[in-house]
Design a protein around this ligand. Structure first.
Ligand code: ATP
Length: 754
């Protein structure tokens, strides 16, 4: 011990930890710890020291592998130099727009100005209509006003207000003050008497002058006098003028109110976050502002809570905010993150708003610009794109499907380049006003009507195939994208104009024992292929289950509008798989009360709640009449609108029977091009366009048209009908056609029997 104390430079002292470690095995080498040196060894080292590689003797060496490099903390203690850019970026994200949002869109600006003008017009109208009431009130109050005026003038002239002060001076027996006050009173009374007498004389003279004037002037003066006296006679507690606008009881939306409403929802994630960090659990990413006719709050929900959780509790939120349910519209913005909530609290209940359609006054409409459909809770107009789309509408009965379909039908009818086919399979005649504009039309629930609708789908399927070939044959400069455009639609001879086919209450067709399966297949085929070819299906159903709405349809439709439904299953059938899970829930709408309000998907970048414009029967009739006149003047009426009966149409498209008619049994195999030429001769209106196609396209047209029947074309040896050398070309076997007809007829027979 003495040895070490005496010799502090002893080798072991360089490593105090090591010297402190006893030899557990025998205890012989137990060193004595030099306290000062040991303490010095425990001092925290500088980062530079720590970064030095450990020496062989270091304890790290004894415990494990040597790691090189500096220790870097995951969380940096202070901001790094580049952080100002991040901060600026964060600020830039929440920049306030230079031009207010409502001024950015012309339509919204016009709407706001119109709204303000209407407000002030209303106020003016309200007050003007009450002028007689106000006149009566003033007259009734005038006598009291007269007494108040006379009393006031006497008090003022004789300085009666000073009376109590003078009396006090008398009671205090203060002669000096009394004399002073009396002198002041005398001077005042002298002057005021003079003023009062002058005013009275002036009034009398004015009276004499007015007495000499014409009647109107006298009445005007009398009115002014009564009004003045009436105002003077006003009781303190009763205003003269009624308020045109009752002050709103709508509470201003503040952060405290929003937090209060979120905390009562019973969402565990929100409550736990608030318990841990009451100040920062719910973050407002922008100031709460007016946005349209309501308040908007942009909120980041606590970690792990999604907008869908909040949407589910909309009714509780309405209670917490003390507003009707139709005013509360939480929305997500998943482009930022799943917890970004945009809470919009409207001044007016959406379910009590009637949206007027611009189609009511439109003389025509361009379908390529979409159809004005309704407005969102913030009052912004919403249009539904139609070209290159298919639309599925669903809800419980009586929630506004037919009303939505009416809007779409009216928009389509006002574009004379569009062909309209309407099938209203409830039989109530809700769409009858547009019958005059339809190429095909049926209203009914009986088998005949359903059969007609099924025929329509079959015809549409053929039309899609015809269009595919026609579009393919178009020169690239006319049709670079191989899809129907406005220019192509306007060339009616091409037959590629938009064809809008509406099937209201389509469950009656798809669930039909005889026609249902085939109709479902045809509809699926049209939905998948018809879009780019200008064939647009609009399907509305009140029974969205897999029997009434084949899954192939619900999976492939592009625009979906779901009014109130009862549960998740129906919701997802209309709005698509996982819609309910993602918080797009048409179950939140109230039965009946929210008729006409639904979720619209696919028409706007984000799913939107939309209240459809409402067209009642007379309004629809007016639009339909206008559309009819427009169509008649442009020669766009056809089919049913011209009084043609369906029987004239349906058989014309039986391709297989037509081929058998033009290919005699003696010809086992014929070239496609020969068949097409003969078909064109048989029915020029239908097959004429096929025959006009050039070489390969003509052959391909028949091949494509036969595909759905399972008939394959093949190499056929033959000679041109006009004479010439024999050659191998694509052709068809007559036997294949007869076999396909036998199969088809057998299939029809068995489905009719079942
Ligand atoms: N956009 C709307 N604005 C105001 N009221 C509407 C709107 N849409 C529908 N309604 C109301 O809802 C009622 C039912 O609408 P509609 O007939 O379109 O429902 P539906 O779903 O087609 O019913 P059903 O399934 O029985 O045919 C209408 O008579 C109307 O009063």
């Amino acid at each position: 011990m003495t040895h070490q104390q005496d010799n502090p430079n002893h080798e072991d002292d360089k490593d105090p930890d090591r010297s402190a470690a006893p030899d557990h095995e025998n205890g012989k080498d137990a060193d004595i710890v030099h306290l000062d040196t040991a303490r010095a060894g425990r001092q925290p080292q500088s980062p530079a020291d720590r970064s030095e590689p450990d020496t062989e003797d270091s304890p790290a060496n004894t415990d494990g592998p040597v790691l090189e490099g500096a220790v870097v903390r995951v969380d940096q203690p202070s901001p790094t130099a580049a952080d100002w850019r991040t901060a600026l970026e964060a600020k830039a994200r929440s920049r306030q727009p230079i031009v207010p949002l409502w001024l950015r869109s012309r339509a919204e600006a016009i709407e706001t100005v119109r709204w303000i003008s209407l407000h002030y017009l209303h106020v003016a109208g309200y007050q003007v209509s009450r002028v007689p009431l106000y006149g009566g009130r003033l007259t009734a109050r005038a006598p009291r006003g007269f007494l108040r005026l006379v009393g006031g003038v006497i008090k003022w002239t004789f300085d009666l207000e000073g009376e109590p002060v003078r009396l006090a001076a008398v009671q205090k027996a203060d002669p000096e003050a009394y004399l002073k006050l009396s002198r002041q009173r005398d001077t005042r009374v002298r002057l005021r008497t003079l003023v009062s007498i002058t005013a009275l004389v002036t009034l009398l003279i004015a009276g004499f002058i007015v007495a000499d004037q014409t009647n109107p002037v006298q009445w005007m003066t009398l009115a002014i006098a009564i009004a003045t006296l009436g105002i003077l006679g006003k009781p303190a507690d009763r205003p003269l003028i009624n308020r045109a606008v009752v002050p709103s009881t709508v509470e201003k939306l503040t952060s405290d109110i929003v937090i209060r409403s979120l905390t009562v929802l019973g969402i565990a994630g929100i409550n736990q976050a608030i318990a841990k960090n009451p100040k920062d659990a719910i973050r407002f990413v922008a100031p709460i502002t007016r946005d349209g006719p309501g308040w908007r709050a942009d909120i980041d929900l606590p970690y792990g809570v999604t907008v869908a959780d909040v949407m589910d509790k909309r009714d509780r939120m309405a209670s917490a905010l003390r507003r009707p349910l139709g005013c509360i519209w939480p929305e997500g913005d998943s482009t930022i993150h799943e917890g970004r909530l945009i809470l919009w609290v409207g001044d007016k209940d959406l379910s009590k708003t009637v949206v007027k359609s611009p189609l009511l006054k439109a003389s025509s409409h361009d379908l390529f610009k979409g159809i004005p459909f309704g407005c969102d809770p913030r009052g912004r107009a919403v249009a539904v794109p139609v070209v290159e789309q298919n639309i599925l509408i669903g809800s419980q009965p009586g929630q506004g499907k037919t009303a939505s379909v009416r809007v779409l039908a009216s928009g389509a009818a006002l574009d004379p380049s569009a062909e309209l086919w309407i099938h209203e399979l409830k039989g109530t005649g809700d769409l009858d006003p547009h019958e005059q504009n339809c190429h095909r039309y049926v209203s009914g629930i009986e088998d005949e009507a359903i059969g007609y609708a099924a025929d329509s789908l079959m015809l549409l399927r053929k039309e899609v195939m015809r269009r595919a070939a026609a579009l393919k044959a178009l020169p690239p400069d006319l049709c670079p994208d191989k899809k129907v455009t406005r220019q192509i639609a306007d060339k009616r001879s091409l037959g590629l104009h938009p064809l809008v086919a509406i099937f209201d209450e389509c469950q009656n067709l798809f669930a039909h024992a005889e026609y249902g399966d085939k109709a479902g297949e045809d509809a699926e085929f049209i939905i998948k292929l018809g879009r780019a070819l200008g064939v647009i299906l609009v399907l509305a159903t009140q029974r969205p289950d897999k029997d009434s709405l084949p899954t192939g349809i619900s999976a492939n439709v592009t625009i979906r509008f779901c009014l109130r439904v009862a549960g998740q299953l129906e919701n997802d059938m209309i709005l698509g798989t996982s819609a309910y899970k993602n918080g797009i829930r048409a179950t939140v709408f109230q039965p009946k009360v929210d008729a006409g309000i639904g979720y619209l998907l696919g028409a706007t970048p984000m799913p939107k709640v939309v209240r459809t414009a409402y067209l009642d029967t007379p309004a629809t009739q007016r639009i339909a009449d206008r559309a009819h006149a427009l169509r008649a003047s442009t020669g766009a009426l056809s089919g049913h609108a011209l009084g043609e009966t369906p029987e004239q149409h349906a058989p014309t498209f039986d391709l297989l029977a037509d081929i058998l008619a033009v290919v005699p049994p003696s010809e086992a195999k014929v070239w496609n091009e020969a068949v097409v030429d003969r078909l064109a001769e048989l029915r020029p209106d239908i097959y004429g366009p096929w025959a006009r196609l050039e070489g390969g396209a003509k052959t391909a047209q028949l091949t494509t048209a036969l595909k759905p029947y399972g008939i394959k074309t093949m190499q056929v040896w033959g000679t041109p009908e006009s004479g010439g050398k024999g050659a191998n070309r694509i052709g068809v076997a007559r036997d294949d056609i007869t076999t396909a007809i036998t199969h088809r007829d057998r299939g029809r027979g068995s489905s009719a029997a079942s």
